[in-house]
Write a protein that binds this ligand. Sequence first.
Ligand code: NAG
Ligand code: NAG
Ligand code: NAG
Ligand code: NAG
Length: 704
Amino acid sequence: MVDSFMFTFLSLLIFFNQLVHSSSNLATDSKEELQFPEPIPGADFAKEISKGLHVIDFFSPYCPHCKHLEPVWKKTWEKFETEYGNLNLTFSRVDCVASGDLCNAESIEYYPTIRLYGPEGAIKNYPSDNKRTVESFIEFAKKEALNPNNYAEADLRSLSVKLSDNEIINLLAGKGDKPYLVSFWPTKTMDNTDAYGEFVDCAQCTPFKRVWKILSNSLLASEIKTGHVNCVDSPILCKELGFEKLVPLDNGSREREPRVILIIPNKQSNNLFVFPNNDFELDTKVYEDFALRLTHNNIAPDISKGDILKIMQRDIDFGNSNKVNINDQKIHLVFSYDPKTVVPEDFDVLEHLIEPLQALPNVHLYKVNESIVDVTKIGYNNMYSIIQNNDKEAQPLTLNENSLVLNSITQMPTFFIFREGDTTSQIFPGYSTTETRDPKLIMSWVKLFAKPLYSEMTPSNFRNFMKLDSDVFSTIVLLIANSSDPTFIKSSLTYLKNMKVAGYEYEHERLEEMYENIIRERTEKKEYIQHLRDTKSKPDKIVDATLLDVDHVNNLRLSLAYYDIGKYDETMSWMRTPILKEPLGTGKIIIIDRTDGRVFQFDSSGNLIDCESPSSLRDVLLSVSLPDKTSVVTPEYVSMVVKIDRTTKKTLFTPTHKIYLCVVVLCVLISTRLKKIYRKYKTRKSYMNKRDTVGLLGKEQFQD
Ligand SMILES: *[C@@H]1O[C@H](CO)[C@@H](O)[C@H](O)[C@H]1NC(C)=O
Ligand SMILES: *[C@@H]1O[C@H](CO)[C@@H](O)[C@H](O)[C@H]1NC(C)=O
Ligand SMILES: *[C@@H]1O[C@H](CO)[C@@H](O)[C@H](O)[C@H]1NC(C)=O
Ligand SMILES: *[C@@H]1O[C@H](CO)[C@@H](O)[C@H](O)[C@H]1NC(C)=O
């Protein structure tokens, strides 16, 4: 199987290579004969797509956006035919007014919809954020034409096993030996997901069979099994899981989609995870991440100090080298405990983190059986070596040990966050057992800091960028990238590093500022108490004053980010108001001060800000966000963006517990031989009630 995957992939590469060498001949030979084909009629659709990959524009002749797209689509088709004609991919069109039934069947909801099709049907939509230009379409098509997952399906068989109610109940009772990813379908008798399934009101069902087939094969390497349930045949099970929409075969009203769960083995509770409802996607990657990361975080493997130091030292770039690709930066949440003092209850919190962690991309949970505060210290010392080694103009700086101590006040056990490519780290500020066992508190800290070293800004996440934790991360440093430019990719390592080094120099000043603030506040507090004593104030007033907190202000951090003008609009016109004076240029920097919305594109001498030299970028950053720390003049801002207030309501937990309760009830309903499990559950429930614990049973606070 794997061989044929590779073979297809290699032959594609060879095709591609030949093509690059012969494209000039090709272009001249065939140019005259090219005739932009008519839209595919509904009746020919199945036959047409069986011939290879297609990128299809589903349009209506009456929609203005479609008319706008038409000439671009024609040019894209021409260019692709002449230059990449061998790639077995065609740009096509479907007229949804002439072929209404087809567009209904393919669940086209808006015009134009641009979607990639394989011989067996829809594969994925063209990303809605991406530019609709000839270059972007061709970039997308080339990448998909060379993606082995889009082809190998012809040789692939689904390995998903049909599961009965009892088999599911056994898995939920902890009797499985491997994690199980299970899909639920609105059908009656689909033995194999490759076989015919009767679906009503489920436009996504048939395309999802393909996703499921690929998943059933790709997850095998990670020892995750796949199964499926026909909900029309297992109505009680599906209803109890909350999938009642999938139960009637012919509902005749509502559109529905298959549902997916993961069951973790060797556990009798907290072992069922439902794929988040609104995120149905025709994309194997999303489900792979769901299954793999849940399985990983459930185990929370041990990690060593050496591994952590290696993670901190990784290089990140835009290429496909041995560096970490910027799209795949991992975040490591590490639970650190002392085996001599740890008690089993300390570990309970890990279980409650698994599900909320799923909502944060690329966060992986680990544990380590010792304190790793010293690793944090090594990391900060390395920060200073990195500054000295990469910025020739930098002043010699040294670590202020006191400031590090202030930042690492914690008790054992506790949590650390390490990011790939970042030598600085975060320590959970837990001062008591109550805090280090409170999943809500831990998650709000994790949410704040578990971001990659370089976050991607896109048209659709810009609002979130402006919204999130603006007082902790006050400043966005945005590198303008172009992932379709080979020259940029080659120099991206340097660009990213310079941005990071400037960030570290800024971080040094920020830590100093924070330290000075604390010392000042402490002195003021002391003086105030002395003043109260000198003036013979009432004793209770003096006691009150000694209890005043000295805030460890932790704000004014930088958030390093990038915006890819190879993929997205280089004028940022998706923002309601134009914010830039000049279009974005590769390698340039935009600074957004989130606290008041100022946008900076030029430095104080009127030059576009860039990251050619870490120290000049540092100077601009300081002048914008810590003006007291530099003599450099703050430049003029080019515009203001609206600051978005933080959302008030935060939901950290999704109601898995409800489903778990349902399943327990179901066990009793269906099978009497499972009485034992129910008894176990009851014991556990009363135990949990006594402990008054957080999480699956919905209580708010730990009390032991
Ligand atoms: C193009 O793809 C289709 C479907 O996968 C296949 O049947 C056909 O042989 C391919 N053609 C070429 C030239 O590779
Ligand atoms: C179809 O399902 C929806 C949602 O579950 C429900 O509101 C509706 O009454 C059902 N219609 C029929 C005809 O059963
Ligand atoms: C800590 O874990 C490592 C393996 O990760 C093990 O070799 C070592 O013995 C453990 N130390 C203690 C004190 O348990
Ligand atoms: C990105 O790079 C490609 C390839 O060099 C180039 O054709 C394109 O114009 C660049 N995009 C922008 C917006 O500069």
